[in-house]
Design a protein around this ligand. Structure first.
Ligand code: FAD
Ligand code: DHB
Length: 390
């Protein structure tokens, strides 16, 4: 099989890239190790920046998003028994939309298949060859057979645990990392949200986040130990801990309901530079990870491939190589802005490992500043809704 751009991974990055390339008349094949059922039901991020919503709408994917997505114009910061709203839209003119990542993935898969696109599920990429030649080869295994996809370029969109990044020879890439001494326990519950906007809560027992998926379904997160065992968290313990960390404002109470799903996600910051080597272009979680506190992961993945889609289009339609050559440098500006914002939100809101009382005072002072200063709140808000140009 041969195509112009071989794409490894059918997450938001790989699928969106395939969609954008198709709109520009560039062919691609997406190879995905998991089943369609699996990728369409993998519960992950939920917040779309304004720029991501605009991209989806501009490229014909806005219909269900605009109908079912929940547009939010503010978030709440809860700490020290107080509640403060950050009026994002008033401060920036932009908003976020709460729409599950798996819904974005479903919409993208449906659009690609309706347009006759090729996504091979259950096709595990095992090796990339010839990346420094005009004829790269993607080796994959499907139905027990070893197969090859030949292409002009490879887009490595296979997430943090994928194979693409590892195809770059030693010594080419530099990585930057930070580990955090905590994880998030995420819960999906059949409970009507008790809030209209997301609540980010700083509490002495740890961070808690109240989000949602629909008027009937809540999405909640708790800071837990990095090596926490999910078996130690029966539903009743989860609700009790959520009550302690969130019911800190007089007159406010949580709505509870059956837990539909729960899992633990580790937290890390990670960037690899450059995001390209020869004919391999890396995008999304394959090259950068942020802790989820700033809700940036999926948005960054989409922003990367928006650049990459334009760069491939310029190459194929006008023979222009400058956008491809500049991809890594341009993308890394947004990546590092999001790295800083995600690290900053994480550091401000979590209970830190060493229980340093001085640091705890600084956290409250920072939160109070974000809650009361228009200038500081605007900085939070413009990062949260997404900066159009970085
Ligand atoms: P992915 O979505 O990871 O897609 C990569 C795809 O490549 C996957 O489908 C994978 O199966 C496939 N793949 C991997 N290896 C191979 C191979 N060898 N061959 C073929 N295919 C392969 N962000 C937030 O903002 N908020 C959150 O709450 C949040 N929760 C998260 C929870 C978890 C468990 C994880 C892992 C991430 C979470 N994120 C969250 C981050 C966000 O979901 C990611 O940033 C986003 O999925 C990145 O998209 P992507 O397309 O780059 O990678
Ligand atoms: C959600 C996830 C996040 O990481 C975040 O910061 C806000 C909301 C969510 O899954 O809804």
């Amino acid at each position: 099989m041969r195509t112009q751009v071989g794409i490894v991974g059918a997450g938001p990055a790989g699928l969106m890239l395939s969609h954008l390339l198709h709109r520009q008349g560039v062919s691609s094949v997406v190879l995905e190790s998991r089943s369609r059922e699996h990728v369409e039901h993998r519960l992950r991020a939920g917040v779309l920046e304004q720029g991501s919503v605009d991209l989806l709408c501009r490229t014909g994917l806005g219909e269900r998003l605009l109908r079912e997505g929940l547009r939010h114009e503010g978030i709440e910061l809860r700490f020290a028994g107080e509640s403060h709203r950050v009026p994002m839209t008033e401060l920036t003119g932009r908003a976020i939309t709460v729409y599950g990542q798996q819904e974005v993935v479903k919409d993208l898969i449906a659009a690609r298949l309706a347009a006759g696109g090729t996504i091979l599920f259950d096709a595990e990429v095992t090796r990339l060859d010839g990346l420094d030649s005009p004829d790269p080869v993607v080796h994959y295994r499907r139905d027990g057979r070893d197969e090859q996809l030949r292409c002009d370029f490879v887009a490595g969109c296979d997430g943090f645990h994928g194979v693409s990044r590892g195809a770059v020879p030693d010594g080419v890439l530099t990585s930057y990392e930070r580990a955090y001494p905590f994880a998030w326990l995420g819960v999906l519950a059949a409970a009507a949200p008790a809030v209209e906007e997301l609540v980010y809560a700083h509490h002495e027992r740890g961070f808690a986040l109240y989000s949602m998926r629909s008027p009937q379904v809540s999405r909640l997160y708790l800071q837990v130990a990095p090596d926490e065992d999910i078996a130690a968290w029966p539903d009743e313990r989860i609700w009790a801990e959520l009550r302690v960390r969130l019911e800190t404002v007089p007159g406010w109470s949580l709505t509870e309901g059956p837990v539909l799903e729960k899992s633990i996600t580790p937290m890390r910051s990670f960037v690899v530079e450059p995001m390209q080597w020869e004919r391999l272009y890396l995008a999304g979680d394959a090259v950068h990870i942020v802790p989820p506190t700033g809700a940036k992961g999926m948005n960054l993945a989409l922003a990367d491939v928006a650049l990459l889609g334009e760069a491939f289009a310029a190459w194929y339609s006008h023979g222009r190589a400058d956008l491809l050559a500049g991809y890594s440098t341009t993308a890394l500006r947004r990546v590092w802005r999001a790295q800083h914002f995600s690290w900053w939100m994480t550091s401000m809101l979590h209970r830190l490992a060493h229980d340093d009382p001085y640091e705890a005072k600084l956290q409250t002072a920072t939160l109070r500043y974000a809650a009361t200063s228009r200038a500081y709140a605007t900085s939070l808000a413009e990062n949260y809704v997404g900066l159009p140009e970085v």
